[in-house]
Design a protein around this ligand. Structure first.
Ligand code: C5P
Length: 321
């Protein structure tokens, strides 16, 4: 067998969309997006261990919620197979068989791209395992492979603050300053991303829905360190659809505002609600109030921006350039 690494551990981060503008439904079933992603300190850890020869995945285990699939339907499993196929296309034939183990820190089905983070971590970890023998896949191909796994998997690779266009997979980095302090209020009911997009289409057909972009300026230019200004710019076209599917989120958003958060927003397709706060102390106060109110299944604080995938202290961004 060629010289592969035996074990690689990768960390990948969750995200919040500071701004999420949704265009019309496209013929391919996706919607054009203009979004600003910010990665958060909440992370999953994925460990890849070579357990034999032959390529492929022998098994996948998860420390965390039981709802995470442990079979071929897990995006991390698909990511490993996709990466091996990319090396096969380059003419390589010998591969280790791997075990995947995931420790979840990002809420599941929460609109925070936890599944995408695991996919990005698996892609990078497998590339790193094979690279000593076969070399790296290269930045652009890794981003394309990531996009075939999901619209926000490229962002999970890169992290930081990025403008996402197309279906969210085309990234342009955005200057940013300072650290933002967030409170995240989870809802154990979860929401399916396609269902939320469909609901938005339905609401738009039934009535004229206000679209963001008219009264909200796209917060590019450097993303401000000033939480008050950022609070005014937060906007999400998917929020009315998420609220229509899970009306109790209104109470969560209202409770965050009443607790003094500068602004609250449904994160991506939800149901996690993200509240921007002035500083860490303020975030802890808001989190405590939300816990006391009982309006969320779990509450945590996080900071952003964070990195994308990190392996042995090195970000994929630095490794791949
Ligand atoms: O890209 P991803 O597999 O994460 O998307 C899941 C689903 O979310 C898509 O099948 C589609 O229904 C919806 N989606 C969309 N427009 C996007 C991204 C996702 O309609 N830009």
């Amino acid at each position: 067998m060629p010289e592969f690494l035996e074990n690689v551990v990768a960390t990948a981060h969750g995200k919040v969309n500071l701004y999420l503008q949704v265009g019309d439904l496209r013929p391919d079933g996706y919607h054009d997006l203009t979004t600003i992603y910010e990665s958060l300190s909440l992370s999953d850890e994925l460990s890849l261990t070579a357990v034999g020869a032959g390529g492929g995945v022998r098994g996948l285990s998860v420390q965390g919620p039981r709802t995470v699939p442990t079979d071929q339907t897990n995006l991390a499993w698909k990511a490993v197979e996709l990466l091996v196929a990319a090396y096969r296309d380059r003419g390589f034939t010998e591969f280790p068989e791997v075990e995947i183990s995931i420790r979840k820190g990002i809420p599941v089905a929460g609109g925070m791209a936890g599944g995408s983070a695991d996919a990005a971590a698996a892609l990078c970890a497998m590339e790193r395992m094979l690279a000593p023998a076969y070399g790296a896949i290269g930045r652009n191909e890794m981003l394309s492979l990531a996009a075939t796994l999901g619209s926000d998997v490229p962002f999970a690779l890169v992290g930081g603050v990025q403008l996402g266009t197309g279906r969210g997979e085309q990234l342009t980095s955005v200057m940013h300053r300072g650290t933002h302090h967030w409170v995240l209020a989870m809802n154990s009911k979860g929401l399916s991303t396609p269902t939320v997009f469909q609901k938005l289409d339905q609401l738009r057909q039934e009535r004229t829905m206000p679209r963001i972009g008219h009264d909200h300026e796209l917060p590019i230019g450097p993303i401000t360190a000033d939480p008050q200004r950022l609070a005014q710019a937060l906007a999400n076209d998917l929020q009315p659809a998420a609220l229509s599917l899970l009306p109790e989120l209104r109470r969560t958003l209202a409770a965050g505002k009443a607790a003094g958060a500068l602004a609250g927003i449904v994160s991506g397709s939800g149901p996690t609600c993200a509240f921007i706060c002035a500083d860490m102390e303020h975030a802890h106060q808001v989190a405590d109030a939300l816990i006391d109110d009982g309006v969320a299944s779990a509450v945590t604080t996080a900071t952003g921006p964070a990195d994308g995938v990190v392996i042995q202290g090195q970000t994929w961004q630095t490794w791949s350039t």
